[in-house]
Design a protein around this ligand. Structure first.
Ligand code: TXA
Ligand code: MG
Length: 320
């Protein structure tokens, strides 16, 4: 029997009983549990095979609950929360000491956001505790953007995937930390850098190597298909290199006329970056199932969400 269900009351019952439930968000599906239940949180780490040094994001129902999670709120954090919540911005702030160490991997900061999905907002409002939820994929594989993706990964290991349809944003939230009360980007994501800078001015993007292992979403190889994947700025030039191989192609919007390509999928036929982000992981999931020798992905324009998508493609293709 399928573990996929739209029954919010059932999710409330399971979560209250310290079980793990996969939940929809606007970015990707999350593997959720009560932040105050050690049993639930341990089960999240074990199900994902995620190392315990990698902290989790806390999901709250509204900006009003923020002060129950964090100790102090810098002015620019308040501005960002007001501008983007509910939505795909995660703030890393000094934690209250009531937040268990297992959530934050012993750090004195906690990552927190209000997700923008009606089903999960209703769920959070009906629970009397926040939910910790990493993306609902095995550690370092492609994040899930449909309930079916989650079921394929975990069907024997969790009792329920709360079905909220396909995720609209399609890549993870943008993570913003604070140093001396100034915001710094820890992970590019579904809220474009330019939109964040409109609220808080110029913002630094922390170098991946500097941040690892602070934010393992920043690890070189992450979000990766099992199939060898390469990223290129020039598809026509790279195709002859893989002559005779079974090639799957991900383009931004164009269709490439070349017989050596077995299958090709465009992220957005109209060249829309928002649509591209929402399709990215599903396209990777589809191609990864096809027993191809190589997936060749075209680099997107390096602005707006294109920058965040390029970041994910870069990690999906890192050769380590
Ligand atoms: O869109 C999202 O953010 C999704 C949905 C489910 O909300 N969640 C998500 O969670 O992507 P996860 O666990 O896959 O990625 C969270 C990232 C990790 O790279 C983790 O290291 C980082 O957030 N993180 C969590 N707490 C942190 C902290 N205190 N300091 C620095 N990084 C932190
Ligand atoms: Mg993840």
């Amino acid at each position: 029997m399928s573990i996929i269900s739209k029954d919010i009351s059932k999710a409330v019952t399971l979560l209250t009983a310290a079980e793990v439930v996969a939940i929809p968000t606007e970015t990707v599906y999350g593997l959720a549990g009560n932040i105050y239940s050690e049993k639930a949180i341990k089960a999240i780490f074990e199900t994902k095979k995620r190392p315990f040094f990698n902290p989790l994001i806390v999901h709250i129902p509204s900006i009003d609950s923020l002060n129950t999670i964090v100790e102090d709120i810098p002015e620019k954090a308040q501005l960002l929360a007001e501008a983007f919540w509910p939505g795909p911005v995660t703030l890393v702030l000094k934690k209250k000491n009531t937040i268990p160490d297992i959530i934050t991997a012993g750090k004195d900061t906690v990552a927190v956001r209000v997700p923008n999905h009606p089903t999960t907002l209703e769920l959070l409002n009906r629970l009397d505790f926040p939910l910790a939820a990493p993306s609902a994929n095995p550690f370092s594989s492609i994040s899930p953007t449909t309930a079916q993706h989650v079921e394929t990964y975990f069907k024997d290991q969790i009792k329920m995937v709360l079905d909220g349809g396909a995720c609209t944003s399609g890549i993870e939230s943008t993570i913003i930390g604070f140093e001396n009360d100034e915001p710094i980007i820890y992970r590019l994501g579904s809220t474009a850098l330019e939109d964040i800078e409109r609220i808080v001015g110029n913002i630094e993007i922390k170098n991946r190597k500097e941040i690892t292992p602070d934010a393992p979403g920043m690890l070189e190889r992450h979000y990766a298909p099992k199939t060898k994947t390469v990223l290129t700025g020039n598809i026509l030039k790279i195709l002859p290199v893989y002559k005779g191989k079974r090639i799957g192609l991900i383009t931004f919007q164009s269709e490439i006329k070349d017989n050596s390509v077995e299958v090709q999928l465009a992220l957005s036929k109209t060249g829309n970056l928002t649509e591209s982000a929402s399709n990215l992981y599903d396209v990777l999931h589809q191609l990864d199932k096809m027993q191809l020798d190589v997936i060749i992905a075209e680099r997107l324009p390096d602005h707006g969400l294109g920058k965040s998508i390029n970041d994910r493609l870069q990690r999906a293709t890192a050769n380590i």
